[in-house]
Design a protein around this ligand. Structure first.
Ligand SMILES: NC(=O)C1=CN([C@@H]2O[C@H](COP(=O)(O)OP(=O)(O)OC[C@H]3O[C@@H](n4cnc5c(N)ncnc54)[C@H](O)[C@@H]3O)[C@@H](O)[C@H]2O)C=CC1
Ligand SMILES: N[C@@H](CC=O)C(=O)O
Ligand code: NA
Length: 433
């Protein structure tokens, strides 16, 4: 039976995501009420710029005092789509203290200090839901926290940042320049308020921390995640990838160690074969593979960024927490019981593509091969190419078999010390083979 008294929702932030949340709450009000079993009412919208015209939002709901809004006491659910660490963290914990459940899209905060948020939710018997925080519209958090709760996840790998995928796709397929592609991603509402978070890999690393924590039932923070962005990826790297039958993607990879005693989480550009399903993920789409012991391999794919797709995930969470509230129940909280440590990047085993500028003279190839062998890194292929401009130099592209990241770093350091190696033009990991 439908409850007539509405559940009250406070919206914090009315930017790209918040404005879409407000729009869908209004246009789908009847369906949401039917699915929840009670009407949901937008009871206040906290913004920073109150003078801005916000179509479809009653101006009397607008406030610049987010703290007063979450302290009102009559709010059932707070939706936090401001982003950043503070004041978002203080607003969320205050919301719990005043009896509200929280839906958030804030991966930066969850990866920085999820433990504080989970603890506050548990202390006050409220829900913390954040489907929108990882891979936008794609249902991924709920499948990991609920559907796969009876299985053992060993690996999560995928593309989790829409902006960087959009940039790489444009550079690779339409020849667009880096800045032009980033500007377009920003205009489309994919990029973070500070797009450095996207291009330097912080956003994907935050998502990797959240995914690894949930998948392996341990606590993983942003600082635990090895991170490289795509600012160092050159058009020469992309061309080299093409020659190998590969493309370049920014991947997030979370793995349980073979002995099960630790985990790793990393974000970096990688070459993947064009035949790999992740290679065909275009524009701002995301795709994530989850490998679980009993389920096998699952693939999640869809829009990973943008106002409406992200709002879809927020509203799904809103329905869930409202249903919980009416049932006087709460959904899953933090599950970190395994307390598995996060191993450093040096422990990761993968393949590498290394591009060297070397002296074009006899014996150089043998010298380089010896350095690889001395560090226990086995070479798969080598391609040497004289420079068209001559000058006694050549490019040497080495692709390795699987090797320890620490051994590869040692190899590169030793190569840099060789007189015949003029420079290390690029090092990129090769995944998905
Ligand atoms: N845009 C996207 O595709 C996605 C965004 N997210 C996350 O959603 C959150 C919001 O992102 P966007 O809407 O894209 O950002 P945005 O920058 O468009 O919107 C944030 C809004 O919050 C307002 N704001 C900042 N401080 C405030 C305060 N103290 N009180 C009231 N309002 C305040 C800003 O003026 C701005 O309008 C972030 O955590 C972001 O990481 C998550 C998934 C996808
Ligand atoms: N900036 C993010 C937005 C969604 O999380 C991205 O580009 O993926
Ligand atoms: Na999601």
């Amino acid at each position: 039976m439908m409850r007539t008294r509405p559940l009250k929702v406070a919206l914090l932030g009315c930017g790209v995501v918040g404005s879409e949340v407000a729009r869908i709450m209004t246009t789908h009000a009847d369906d949401l009420a039917a699915r929840i079993g009670a009407p949901v009412e937008l009871a206040g919208v906290a913004v920073r710029r109150p003078d801005r015209v916000r179509e479809g939002i009653d101006p009397s709901l607008i406030t610049t005092d987010a703290t007063a809004l979450v302290k009102r006491g009559d709010i059932d659910v707070v939706i936090e789509v401001i982003g950043g660490i503070e004041p978002a963290r203080a607003l969320i914990t205050t919301a719990f203290e005043h009896g509200a459940s929280v839906v958030s899209a804030n991966k930066a905060l969850l990866a920085e200090d999820g433990a504080t948020l989970y603890a506050a939710a548990e202390k006050h018997g409220r829900d913390l839901y954040f489907e929108a925080a990882v891979a936008g519209a794609i249902p991924l958090i709920r499948p990991l926290r609920e559907s796969l709760a009876g299985d053992k996840v060993n690996r999560v790998v995928g593309i989790v940042n829409g902006t960087t995928n959009f940039i790489l796709d444009k550079m690779d397929n339409s020849g667009a320049g880096y800045s032009e592609a980033l500007d377009e991603a920003t205009a489309l509402g994919y990029a973070e308020a500070d797009p450095t978070a996207d291009v330097e890999g912080f956003d994907a690393a935050a998502k990797a921390a959240i995914l690894a924590g949930i998948a392996f039932h341990t606590r993983v923070r942003l600082d635990d995640v090895y991170r490289e962005g795509l600012t160092e990826v050159t058009s020469a790297d992309m061309a080299s990838a093409r020659r190998m039958g590969c493309t370049v993607k920014l991947l997030a990879i979370c793995e349980r160690a073979a002995d099960g005693r630790s985990v790793t989480a990393r974000v970096h550009p990688a070459m993947i074969p064009l035949s790999h399903p992740l290679a065909s993920v275009r524009e701002a789409y995301n795709a994530v593979f989850v490998e679980a012991e009993a389920a096998g391999q699952l693939m999640f794919y869809g829009p990973g960024a943008g106002g409406a797709p992200t709002a879809s995930a927020v509203l799904g969470d809103l329905v869930a927490v409202c249903r919980n509230k009416l049932a006087d129940a709460t959904g899953p909280g933090e599950s970190a019981y395994t307390q598995l440590p996060v191993s450093p990047m040096g422990d990761v085993v993968t393949r590498y593509h290394i591009s060297l500028d070397v002296a074009d003279k006899p014996g150089v190839l043998a010298q380089v091969a010896t350095v690889f062998a001395e560090h226990g890194v086995s070479i798969d292929t080598v391609r040497q190419q004289g420079r068209p401009d001559g000058g006694g130099e050549a490019s040497l592209v080495v692709v390795t078999h699987r090797a320890l990241d620490a051994a590869l770093s040692g190899t590169v350091e030793a190569l840099r010390r060789l007189d015949t190696v003029r420079g290390v033009a690029s090092i990129m990991r090769v995944e998905g083979e």
